[in-house]
Design a protein around this ligand. Structure first.
Ligand SMILES: C[S@@+](CC[C@H](N)C(=O)[O-])C[C@H]1O[C@@H](n2cnc3c(N)ncnc32)[C@H](O)[C@@H]1O
Length: 243
């Protein structure tokens, strides 16, 4: 699909991108623990449950960063596009995935034509960095084909307690994000069509319990964990279909 270089949508979006340039060198280094990998494995399953097999779709990875999505799921080189405004983050992703299409652009104005993608994934709080969230929702709706699906992960209200944010704090990234409640996120995305929202945590309870629960035939769902680990959720996820 065609891509035209978009304008910088908002001065704050530009500042956020430059802040990510500054932390690109240490970004991957803070996400190496066993818990992180366990959480990513859970997330990968959720992504495919909601978007379907991602290697069969035209997929836009909004705010791809250093390339987490192609690390945790197999993507098709001709059907995957990673988008990020940070050259530093993109350079890291290019080092790992030289065969993938990675473009410098913003979630507020992606530069792609209408109805270019079957799926949009936005992982780990990219949405929270937008100073114009309504514009991002509209842009997701615009680039998705009718019936296309999205999964957007926003920072939840407990996010700031994450000790892993030290690196980001030092480089001035944390002052600019918006934390979202499940209901606010759902309200926002319901403009595109039917959607649902749920919580996702990297708390030891959820990530370590998951393999255990799976082995015993139980499924780890937010419905199950919500009441138990409500205070520990760091992220809110909204998924839906573009009408
Ligand atoms: C927390 S990182 C997540 C990266 C990746 N999705 C992951 O899960 O590892 C947030 C990413 O959002 C990107 N970002 C910040 N502002 C953005 C914007 N306006 N549009 C698209 N991406 C943006 C940053 O450059 C950074 O790569």
């Amino acid at each position: 699909m065609q891509h035209t270089s978009p304008q910088v949508p908002h001065p704050q979006a530009e500042q956020n991108a430059r802040a990510y340039d500054r932390i690109a060198h240490c970004y991957d280094g803070v996400y190496t623990s066993v818990l992180t990998h366990a959480g990513n494995a859970v997330l990968a399953r959720w992504i495919e449950r909601h978007l379907g097999p991602v290697d069969e779709k035209e997929l836009l990875d909004m705010g791809c960063g250093t390339g987490l999505l192609p690390e945790i799921l197999r993507v098709h080189p001709d059907r995957y596009v990673g988008l990020d405004p940070s050259v530093g983050m993109l350079d890291r992703a290019r080092g790992k995935f030289p065969h993938l299409r990675l473009v410098q652009a913003y979630q507020e104005d992606t530069g792609f034509e209408d109805a270019s993608f079957d799926s949009v994934a936005s992982l780990f709080g990219v949405f929270s960095y937008s100073p114009e969230p309504e514009r991002v929702v509209a842009e997701i709706g615009r680039v998705l084909k009718p019936g296309g699906k999205y999964l957007v992960m926003a920072l939840g209200s407990r996010f700031c307690r994450n000790p892993k944010m030290e690196c980001c704090n030092r480089h001035g990234v944390t002052s600019v994000f918006t934390c979202w409640s499940k209901s606010k996120l759902k309200r926002m995305f319901s403009t595109l069509g039917p959607c649902k929202a749920f919580s996702f945590s990297f708390a030891p309870g959820s990530t370590m319990l998951h393999p255990l629960l799976t082995r015993t035939g139980l499924r780890l769902e937010s419905a199950l964990l919500g009441p138990v680990l409500g205070g520990l959720f760091r992220y809110q996820i909204v998924t839906g279909v573009r009408s």
